[in-house]
Ligand binder design. Structure first.
Ligand code: ADP
Ligand code: MG
Length: 409
């Protein structure tokens, strides 16, 4: 550290033998130290439970999930021939686990299953800026869809591994390289089945990330330079192919950069969701996203002239919308002028519901009983539900079109 300038915050305690000036090798000490600390505070982070647990549902909540009323639920409950999960009887109520609730949703809810022969759709969440809620959108969309009875695979492609963390999986200490997409990238595996993990949330599986994913950024161009036939942009797509029958949706969370891994995500995706908070900086950088994306498309076409890539949908999602900010309306207008029909007719409000320490690794869906204002919670929850519903309707439309073409053929 420079000795002349007075530090703004004086660090008097050189805790736990961390050095006070740093050689490049010392960075590893910081990393190890932070990782060890993370393991010890993890229990507190995930409080009130040491490991993440999915919420449980009361009868009225179950009725809402099944889009019916409590009386109907009780009626179904009393009919053993329906073989519905009975839940657990508590002193004054009944409780259903997520797995039980999902069975009810599938049996008595109004959601049509994916038609036979239709395959799961891959949805990438992308934006080259960090902090625009890509990861939160990926997770909440998966949770929302699972509550319509869908089966979802989450793929974490960000070396920062926040999506893995939201699933209670802490990168590096709990994720080895072999559990990420890396063996597929290296050509040691031909599909991604090896990497699929169950999560705490019934209906959601995960392919986790770790910092080691950075090495893909070196390996993919290297392999391409060695072998011009190598389709560096198609590795993820090929690896997901055998999983498409098993899942209704495969949601891919991407790093905030135009990396080789992000290119793989976009090239694999049937649909793309671009979250943008309506503030001037995020709006401005979103325009760069499209221009970089355009350049990417052009250079891909140069490499592969007959590349036939189509997106079934591209959506811009306004997120972290704070209506009390004066600038919000203005920027919202710029966004809708810029992106027109791409902008989804639903906004995710800015919410502090999940910003308490114990919920940082959670979303609105992880909350069973919210202690703050119920209105705040309801508003956020309804927005996420509607977002998931819109995507679900879109999936259904795509599946229907797909199966009708097959029938006609
Ligand atoms: P990204 O993946 O684009 O970097 P994240 O999903 O990690 O973004 O979100 C960035 C931050 O914004 C996180 O701290 C997250 O908890 C917070 N956040 C996400 N959604 C909302 C919301 N609707 N309101 C307020 N904060 C949010
Ligand atoms: Mg992220």
């Amino acid at each position: 550290m420079a000795t002349s300038a007075k530090p703004i915050v004086s660090i008097t305690h050189a805790v736990n033998n961390l050095p006070t000036s740093f050689a490049l090798d010392d960075i590893e000490i910081i990393s190890q130290h932070a990782n060890e600390t993370l393991l010890t505070v993890r229990e507190q982070m995930l409080l009130p439970h040491p490991k993440k647990h999915a919420p449980v549902f009361t009868t009225p909540q179950l009725a809402a999930l099944c889009r019916t009323d409590r009386k109907k639920i009780n009626y179904y409950w009393e009919r053993p021939e329906l073989a519905l999960p009975q839940g657990t009887t508590m002193p004054r109520s009944r409780e259903f686990t997520l797995a039980e609730a999902r069975e009810w949703i599938k049996k008595v809810g109004p959601f049509s299953p994916r038609p036979a022969g239709a395959r799961g759709k891959k949805i990438a969440v992308g934006n080259f800026k960090g902090g625009v809620t890509k990861t939160t959108c990926a997770m909440t969309l998966a949770q929302g869809l699972s509550l319509f009875g869908r089966r979802v695979l989450l793929v974490d492609l960000d070396p920062q591994a926040s999506l893995s963390a939201l699933n209670g999986v802490i990168a590096d200490s709990e994720v080895s390289e072999e559990q990420t997409i890396l063996p597929l990238i290296y050509g040691e595996e031909t599909d991604l089945k090896y990497a699929v993990q169950k999560t705490y949330w019934d209906g959601i599986d995960l392919i986790p990330a770790s910092a080691a994913l950075f090495s893909a950024e070196f390996y993919l161009p290297f392999k391409q330079s060695q072998n011009s036939d190598f389709r560096f942009w198609d590795v993820l797509n090929a690896g997901l192919e055998p999983l498409l029958d098993e899942y209704d949706a495969i949601i891919i969370d991407t790093p905030p950069a135009l990396s080789y891994v992000t290119i793989n995500a976009f090239m694999a995706a049937d649909g793309l969701i671009v979250p943008i908070p309506p503030n001037a900086l995020d709006y401005a950088s979103s325009t760069q996203f499209w221009s970089l994306f355009t350049d990417l498309g052009k250079s891909m076409k140069n490499v592969v002239p007959d590349l036939n890539k189509r997106f079934d949908f591209i959506h811009v999602l306004l997120t972290k919308v704070d209506a009390s900010q004066i600038a919000t309306n203005k920027v919202r207008e710029w966004i809708s002028r810029s992106y027109d029909s791409l902008v989804l007719p639903i906004e995710i409000p800015a919410t502090t519901v999940t910003t308490t320490a114990s919920m940082e690794f959670g979303t609105v869906y992880d909350i069973s009983k919210y202690e703050g204002s119920n209105k705040t919670y309801q508003r956020a929850r309804e927005a996420y539900d509607r977002f998931a519903e819109m995507i679900d309707q879109q999936l259904m439309a795509l599946w229907t079109a797909e199966t009708q073409v097959e029938v006609a053929a």
